[in-house]
Design a protein around this ligand. Structure first.
Ligand code: RP5
Length: 164
């Protein structure tokens, strides 16, 4: 199976990124975690992206806050799908990171999740790998069925409490 790369702009992003790590572990998807910054270590961030396909990655998750150019800078140097997590690490509550990550020019897409949306970033990466991995697709389907059953169970309890 191909690996997922998680790149964060700073180790201060780890509390947010942890949910992506937990989700990838839950699905037994192999991954690597790195700290590279578009601004503080542009050379290393570029080298990682350029070599990512040859190094066995199938998708890259990039998490950054403030003027969050990391996901876009990574996407500029690889044709792998790049998923951006805007991190709420500033006085602007992550809106700065959201806009910096999502507003990519045509030709260099970044699939941007919600502010601090690390679990969905991991699920999106897993869905990308599942296109060519039937076992993984089966696990995703089972998890959705479980989530549906959970909501319906809660609905039954609420209906019993308030209706009739
Ligand atoms: C961004 O600036 C990082 O992704 C982080 O969210 C934010 C603050 O970084 P530190 O100053 O805590 O290293 O580049």
């Amino acid at each position: 199976m191909k690996k997922v790369a998680i790149i964060m702009g700073s180790d201060s992003d780890l509390p947010v990124v942890q949910k992506a790590i937990d989700t990838l572990r839950e699905y037994a998807v192999p991954f690597e975690v790195h700290v590279y910054s578009a601004h503080r270590t542009p050379v290393e961030a570029k080298a990682f992206s350029e070599n990512a396909i040859a190094n066995g990655f199938g998708a890259i998750i990039a998490a950054a806050g403030k003027a969050a150019h990391l996901a876009g800078a990574i996407a500029a140097n690889t044709t792998l799908p790049v998923i951006g997590i805007p991190v709420k690490s500033s006085t602007l509550d992550g809106l700065d990171a959201l806009l910096s990550t999502v507003q990519m020019p045509a030709g260099i897409p970044v699939a941007t999740v919600a502010i601090d949306g690390a679990a969905n970033a991991a699920l999106l990466a897993i869905q990308i790998l599942a296109v060519s991995d039937a076992e993984l697709a089966k696990k995703l389907k089972a998890a959705r069925a479980k989530a549906s059953a959970n909501v319906l169970e809660k609905n039954a309890a609420i209906e019993k409490q308030f209706n009739q």
